[in-house]
Ligand binder design. Sequence first.
Ligand code: GLY
Ligand code: MN
Length: 471
Amino acid sequence: MRPLASATLFLGMITLPYALPAQEVDAPVRYDEDYLSADFHRSRRAAVVAQLPGNSLVVLFGAPIRNRSNDMDYEYRQASDFLYLTGSEEPGSALILAPGGLEVDGERVHEILFVPPRDPAREVWDGRRFGAERAMQRLGVELALDAMRFAEILVPLLQNAQHRVYHLGFPDGVPERSVLYDQLAAFMDNVDPAALAGAGTGSAAPLRGVLDGLRAIKSDEEMTALRRAIDITTEAHREVMQQVRAGWAEYEIEALVEYTFKRNGSEHPGFNSIVGSGENSTILHYMTNRRVTEPGDVVVIDIGAEVHGYSADVTRTIPVSGTYSPEQRAIYELVYRAQEAGIRATRAGNPFFASNNEASRVLAEGLAELGLISSAADTGGLRRFFMHGTSHYLGLDVHDVGSYGSLRPGEVVTIEPGIYIPVAEDIDPKWWNIGIRIEDDVLVTDGDPVILSAAAPRQIDEVEALMRSIS
Ligand code: GLY
Ligand code: MN
C-alpha cells in the first residue's frame, strides 16, 4: 500500500476528485498516570533554564523522519533531549525556551513549542497530529504554534544581539517531510556563530552539559517507566531460557524476545537485539541473528525493551543445550565474579570507572589462572579477551548521557563484563568460540546498589535450573 500522489480516489478507470473531510479525532494518548506527566516535562524545562543565563535563547529541534528506502521511512523515534523536555513525539517539531520572556502576538511568553500543522489529508495516512491547540492542552506548554511560523518568530530573536543562543546542532534527515526543516536555512543564515553557546563539545557545550547532568538522575516517574522496561526484558530472558533448544535459529530467539516485549506493552526494542550463538558469541554487537544454533553452543542474548522512551539493557549468556560445558562454566564463573566486583563498586561517590577497574582486575587474575594470559599484569592480554568497558548510563538512550564523574544517587548504569575467545592458533581449541557477557542494570543509591534486573537468572545453577523446566 502506498499513498496516492494527491488526495484523489481511483475507482477503476475513473478518477474522482475527493475532498477528505476534516476530522476531529483525538490524538493518541501517550501518557497515562503511571508514566511521565506534563508536569514532569515542565519541571525539566524549568530545571534547564534555571542553569542558564537570563538572556538565553534555547533552540532545540526534534528528530526528523528518517528514510528507509524509496517512500518508506523508519519507525519514528523522537530525539531523547526533545522527548525529555516536551513529551512530544511528533516529527518536525522545535522548542524555544526564553527565560527572560518574549513578545509573541502581543503576549509575553517564556516557551514556544512549534508543532506540525493539522493536515487531514496527511493524517489519514500518517496518524493524528496534535495541532497547536491540543499540544498546549496535552503537553502543558505555555504556547504552541504552527511550525510554519518558526522562521517568522525566530529570525527577529536571532537578530537581537542581547540573546545568547544555545542549541545542539541541526537535524539531518528528510527536509521535504516537514515545514519546519524548510525554514532551517533561516535559522542558519541568521544566527551569529559568535552568539552560539553549546554548538561544540566539552566546555563549549553548556546546554549539553546541563542536559546530561539532569538526564542522568532519574526521577520517580522516570524510574516507573525504566523499571517496567527492565521487568519486560527480564521476562523475555526467562521465556527464552524456558523454551529454547539446540536447533533454534538465532532469529527465533530474537522473535521470542521481541514478541515478549510487544506483548507486555513495550513500544519497540531500545536497540537492535543481539543474539549471538557459537562463534557469533564472540562478536560484541552481532545483530545479524541468522545462524542456526548447535548443541553445545553458548548464546549471548543482549536485549532491551523500551517503554515510553526508557530502555533496559540486560545480557544473559545461556548454554543452548541447557548445561554449560566445563570450559564455558569456567569462563562464566570468572565473568560472574568480575560482575559482582563491578556491582560492589557501584556506590555513590565512587568514580564512574571504579566498576570497570574492579571488574578488570578480577578478569585479569582469572584469565592468568586459566593460562589464557601470561599474568594478571598483562593488560594487552586482558584487552584481547575483554575489549570494552563494563558500564554506561541507561535511560532515554541505551547508552545514555551522564557526566562520567562521580556516581550520584538516582543514576542507573549497566555492569557488563565479558570474555570473548576467538579461534586462534595460540589458544587451546577447548576455549574457542566461547563468548560470555553478563549485564545487569544497577541503580545507584545512598546505600547499597540495587540490581534492577535481578529477575533474570544470573548464576549458573539458576540458569540451568530454569532451562531444565523446558516445556
Ligand atoms: N546493549 C549493547 C551495548 O550496551 O553496547
Ligand atoms: Mn549495555
